[in-house]
Write a protein that binds this ligand. Structure first.
Ligand code: FE
Length: 346
């Protein structure tokens, strides 16, 4: 070994989330342990939509006496948002984020996360197909419904800048743009904009309605809360590595952004449940959005704004990852291991 080559300890200390000088294909030595842990946890939580039976859901959807028109509208409207939202997240990861991340262990998780976003889009497609919904109506909703379009547009506002061929990290302005994009997607899109719809869909489960749809959304919400936790860890680590990025001005900008995001989500919730469903009304969704926004501000060590009580306490068992092990105990599918695969045909 040449004497000029840094020791493993030196290498790991040089490793950074962005602007690192590391060899991005050399996983070891791992510095950002949270990323490797998230990668392993993501694999342990693997699931696929078509493992889940939609039989009951199809019967209930076809029946004239089970679901009200408002309840059907909620399912279609939430799918209208979700069918494109996860694709927008995946595109941001692969096209705007991945290239600039210089931590190989973070890149490993980004690859896992991108696949999970594809699984989520697959789940929405599976639900749309199973229930016999109009694909053209659902998959184009983001372009036709203002409250959906506004959320997508808000989260994706920095994507054109980050995907410019000549965009590079390493300046204050560009590093802050990158950090802001992480907040736009991990905190606002996956951490706020998904939650009214999660609450609405999971409220069906509480009345034993649409069990296959609800079960898939439980898995999706578990994945999404992991994405958000990983994003928060990455954001905090970038701030540790480059503290000057987290200036007073930048913090104020982020607080204002999260407050604006809560308004957009409340406007969306008003269209999602204009008349209320299953005992939940638009006001309770607005309170829930504000409660969630405060949680995100708090997780970023920023001052909270709304101080609302959680109107949906039943959501916390589904959101709280520490409890999710029991929550998902019902899963029965076993994945094939490498040794069980048949290679003879090749
Ligand atoms: Fe996600």
């Amino acid at each position: 070994m040449s004497q000029a080559m840094p020791s493993l300890a030196q290498q790991v200390n040089q490793r950074k989330i962005i602007n690192g000088k590391d060899d991005v294909v050399q996983l070891y030595p791992i510095k950002h342990q949270f990323a490797w842990d998230a990668y392993l946890a993501g694999n342990a939580n693997h699931w696929l939509p078509n493992e889940i039976s939609m039989q009951k859901d199809i019967e209930q959807w076809r029946s004239n006496s089970v679901l009200t028109e408002d309840e059907r509208r909620v399912v279609k409207f939430a799918l209208g948002f979700f069918t494109t939202a996860d694709s927008i997240v995946a595109n941001n990861l692969i096209l705007a984020v991945y290239k600039h991340v210089t931590s190989p262990e973070c890149r490993m998780y980004l690859l896992r996360q991108a696949y999970e976003e594809a699984i989520h889009t697959h789940a929405y497609q599976y639900i749309v197909e199973s229930l016999g919904l109009d694909e053209a109506e659902i998959f184009t909703m983001y372009n036709r419904i203002d409250s959906i379009y506004n959320k997508d547009q808000f989260a994706a506002q920095l994507v054109p800048q980050l995907t410019q061929p000549d965009f590079a990290t390493g300046t204050l302005e560009n590093d802050q743009a990158f950090l802001e994009n992480l907040i736009d997607f991990y905190v606002i899109m996956e951490g706020i904009f998904f939650y009214s719809s999660f609450a609405a869909i999971l409220s069906f489960r509480r009345r034993n309605l649409l069990p296959g749809v609800a079960e898939q959304f439980q898995y999706i919400m578990r994945d999404e809360s992991m994405h958000m936790n990983f994003g928060m860890e990455m954001i905090h680590q970038i701030i540790v590595e480059q503290p000057h990025l987290w200036s007073e001005t930048f913090q104020r900008k982020i607080i204002n952004k999260i407050v604006k995001a809560a308004e957009l989500e409340a406007a969306y919730a008003k269209e999602l449940v204009p008349n209320g469903i299953l005992g939940l009304n638009a006001e309770s969704f607005e309170s829930y959005t504000r409660y969630i926004a405060d949680r995100r501000l708090n997780a970023l060590n920023l001052s909270t704004r709304f101080h609302e009580k959680n109107p949906f306490p039943w959501m916390s068992e589904a959101v709280d990852l520490t409890k999710s092990k029991n929550f998902f105990e019902t899963r029965i599918t076993e994945y094939q291991t490498g040794g069980a695969l048949q290679w003879d045909d090749f």
